[in-house]
Structures are given as structure tokens and as C-alpha cells.
Design a protein around this ligand. Structure first.
Ligand code: ZN
Ligand code: ZN
Length: 435
């Protein structure tokens, strides 16, 4: 390649638009060397409190049309020698029989007295067996499982190289921040792209919008988690994750001068054998990432640029934004009808939050209450596609698409299949954002 062609080539690379800057626009559609890759970014196994072996879980996702999967066991990487007693594993005989059936030549076992033991295959072994360029990719992750103020603070790091111990902190805010710093430090030290997301903020109602919004370097959180005990939609006192998202977006753009936060949908799978009801089964929530290739580097680059959407069942064909409008097209399924809602906040919205206090007037550990103008539904459309034209005063706009089809295996009773686009900065957002 001569120098001129090389320059032109790099110029086109640099010209790829991102979703994070105001008015630049984005077009998410499978064309011109870009492919949608479906992945789950929250997975438990026998390495912590899941009830199946890594290789059996990898097989499940491969057979269910996923292209990537991140293993995120609690405070452990599958990179050490470990033997487990079959009778004492969460999956017991059920998981063992499936393992033997699917991988007859591969299981390493030994008998100690009357106890049958199996060696847990390590991440590099499983990845070597399953990874296929362009088709399927296993990524090493970890659920950094910390605590602060008596609350569980869980954060997933993706493409991690070395185990990150929970960093602790005096407050929820400080603990999230300390763990983000630890991931950033490892990323810098290794030169390997990795990133961290805040898990299930409403699990134990641990994380409030006010704490999360101020953490610099935290740009991802779970707007949907398939575990039935994480209160995605909140309760009488606590707002749901979408409300938390809108509060964070409005505050970050209008008051804090911080980048927008992206919303992920994940499984948080623990139960792979349909044993208990209301279990945390795989296949409920995922992301569709538009990337130039199926590598951790390309996926992370696209995620960080907002080139993805999140789903609990609805597939999208196109998400396109310009300085004038935001357009969404659904990959429609026969017999389903779609409601496309555009949600956003206008610059006139009152951003003042009021703490919820106890009988003695002390603020409770709950997200503040705010005006309904934060996260208002700006437009509701029916059909397989819809476009929203900016009025000019929007700080940001995002779309939520809901199918008429009830979720076949819902995280919360009554859920319908949905998809969530990432927010786009609106005409009223400051032109530049700072990290
Ligand atoms: Zn967790
Ligand atoms: Zn988890």
C-alpha cells in the first residue's frame, strides 16, 4: 500500500461515526463490512454459583444462535486447577450426565473413595475447543462481587487478564469508583481492551441513580438482567432501571458534563436445567453488537461507541440518527405487533431531586424523586418502523420497542419481549462531552 492510499484508508477508518457525539449521527445496519453479533455478558458456572460446566454452557449458547459469550463468575477466573465432587456441585448428577453425553472423550474424572470427582476445564481449554473465527467467541470475564454500606456491589469486567479482587470502599459510590479504577489500571498495564459494567443496580436496592451517575469511567449498566430477583422494574418505593437510566442521562448531559451511559441486557444465568421455578435461566437478555469482526477488540470498540442495542426478544434491522431524527426499524416476526416509544428529556425539565426520608427526616438509601419530565415518552408509534423528529430541545432521546408477544420465559411475570436502543444526544445537549 503506498502512502497516499494508506492515508486515505486511515481517513475512512477515522470517519466512522459514533453514537456518543451530538449531531454526528449514526447508522446501525448490517452493511459495508459490519455484522450484528449477538452476545451474553453475564454468565455463571460451576466455578462459582452456577449449576453447570463451562463447556456445557458454551454449547448451550452456541446452539442458541449466539456469537459471543462472556463468563463472569464471582471473584474467580477459570485459570487454576480445580477438581469438584460431582455430588456436591450445584448441577449434581444432571449436569454430570449432560457433560458425559456431550463431551464423552473429554471429561477428566477420578474416584476418591466413593466420591466421584471431575476436573473443571479451564477457560483457555474451553475457548480453544469452541472459538471459531467469525462464528463463535468465548471471552474471559469476572463478576467483581463487592459490598459497601451493607449492599451488594457487583460489576462485570470483560476480557480481563488477571483476577481483580473486590476493591472495597466506604460508600457505594466509592466502591464502584475503586473497582472501575482497578479495571482501568489493568487495561493500561496490559494494553488489552477491557471494560467494566455495573450490574443489576436494584439487586438488594444497592445502587441509586445519584451514586452511579457520578462515577467517572463507568459508562455501562444493566438496564435488563434476566435474574428473577433483581427488581428490574423496581417496587413501590424504588424506581425501575429504566427510570434510573433516564435520571442518570439527564443529569450527566445537563448538569455533570459527563458522557452518556449505555444500557445492557444480560442473562445473569445460574440455572441451566429447568429445575427450580423462578430460576435464573439463560436466553432472556442479550446485546446485538454491530462490529467489523468477531474479536474482543472489535466488540469492545463498538460497545464503547454505542454501536449496539439491547434485547429481551425483539430484533432490530436499523437504528439511524441524524441531527434531525432518530429512526428505528424492527426485524418483524410473523404475528407480532410492535409499539415503538421514544423516551427522552427536554432541556426545560426540572432536574432537582428530592431525597426520600425516614420518620426522623434522614435520607433513605433510595434514588431521589424527580419530575416526570425526566424520561418522558415523547412519541408512541405502532408498526414495524418509526421515526422521531427532534423538536430541538431534547437533551437525549432513546427508543424502547415492545412486542405484542409475551416473553416465553420472563424474568418478571408479565414481561413482553422488548428491545432498547442506546440514547443519542439531542440538539439541546452540549456539543462536546468530557470524560
Ligand atoms: Zn451479581
Ligand atoms: Zn451474576
Amino acid at each position: 500500500m503506498n502512502r497516499l492510499i494508506a492515508l486515505a484508508f486511515f481517513a475512512t477508518l477515522i470517519a466512522i461515526p459514533t453514537m456518543t457525539l451530538a449531531h454526528e449521527g449514526v447508522r446501525l445496519s448490517a452493511e459495508e463490512g459490519q455484522t450484528w453479533y449477538r452476545g451474553n455478558m453475564h454468565t455463571h458456572s460451576h466455578w462459582s454459583d452456577g449449576d453447570d460446566y463451562l463447556e456445557s454452557i458454551a454449547l448451550w449458547y452456541q446452539e442458541h444462535d449466539y456469537q459471543f459469550l462472556v463468563f463472569t463468575d464471582h471473584n474467580v477466573l477459570a485459570t487454576v486447577e480445580r477438581w469438584v465432587q460431582v455430588g456436591k456441585t450445584k448441577g449434581g448428577q444432571t449436569a454430570y450426565k449432560k457433560l458425559k453425553q456431550n463431551f464423552p472423550e473429554w471429561v477428566e474424572e477420578r474416584v476418591d473413595g466413593d466420591k466421584l470427582e471431575v476436573r473443571l476445564r479451564q477457560f483457555p481449554e474451553v475457548a480453544a475447543r469452541f472459538n471459531k473465527p467469525g462464528e463463535y467467541l468465548l471471552i474471559q470475564g469476572e463478576e467483581i462481587s463487592d459490598r459497601a454500606e451493607g449492599k451488594p456491589i457487583h460489576m462485570n469486567v470483560h476480557n480481563v487478564e488477571e483476577l481483580i479482587a473486590p476493591q472495597g470502599g466506604r460508600t457505594v459510590f466509592e466502591t464502584i469508583e475503586n473497582n472501575v479504577r482497578a479495571v482501568q489500571a489493568q487495561r493500561e498495564a496490559t494494553g488489552k481492551p477491557m471494560f467494566v459494567h455495573l450490574n443489576h443496580p436494584n439487586f438488594g436496592f444497592a445502587v441509586t441513580a445519584e451514586q452511579l451517575m457520578r462515577v467517572r469511567g463507568e459508562r455501562f449498566f444493566e438496564v435488563y438482567n434476566g435474574h428473577p430477583h433483581v427488581a428490574n422494574t423496581g417496587d413501590a418505593e424504588h424506581p425501575g432501571t429504566e427510570r434510573i437510566w433516564d435520571i442518570i442521562l439527564a443529569q450527566r448531559i445537563a448538569a455533570l458534563d459527563m458522557p452518556i451511559m449505555f444500557g445492557l441486557a444480560v442473562d445473569d444465568g445460574h440455572n441451566y436445567h429447568n429445575i427450580p421455578s423462578r430460576a435464573s435461566e439463560p436466553g432472556r437478555g442479550w446485546v446485538e453488537v454491530l462490529a467489523k469482526e468477531l474479536t474482543p477488540e472489535a466488540l469492545i470498540e463498538s460497545l464503547e461507541a454505542g454501536r449496539f442495542y439491547s434485547s429481551s426478544g425483539v430484533a432490530l434491522k436499523l437504528v439511524e440518527s441524524s441531527d434531525k431524527q432518530l429512526v428505528v426499524e424492527v426485524e418483524a416476526q410473523p404475528g407480532e405487533e410492535y409499539t415503538i416509544e421514544f423516551v427522552g428529556t427536554r432541556e426545560s425539565a426540572d432536574l432537582t431531586g428530592k431525597p426520600i426520608t425516614d420518620d426522623e427526616g434522614k435520607p433513605k438509601h433510595i434514588t431521589y424523586t424527580y419530575s416526570d419530565a425526566i424520561g418522558e415518552t415523547l412519541q408512541t408509534s405502532q408498526g414495524n418502523s418509526a421515526s422521531y423528529t427532534f423538536a430541538g430541545d431534547e437533551l437525549y432521546v432513546r427508543a424502547r420497542i415492545t412486542s405484542s408477544k409475551p416473553h416465553p420465559n420472563p424474568s418478571e411475570v408479565g414481561d413482553f419481549e422488548q428491545a432498547w436502543t442506546q440514547p443519542v444526544r439531542g440538539p439541546a445537549a452540549p456539543k462536546h462531552e468530557h470524560e
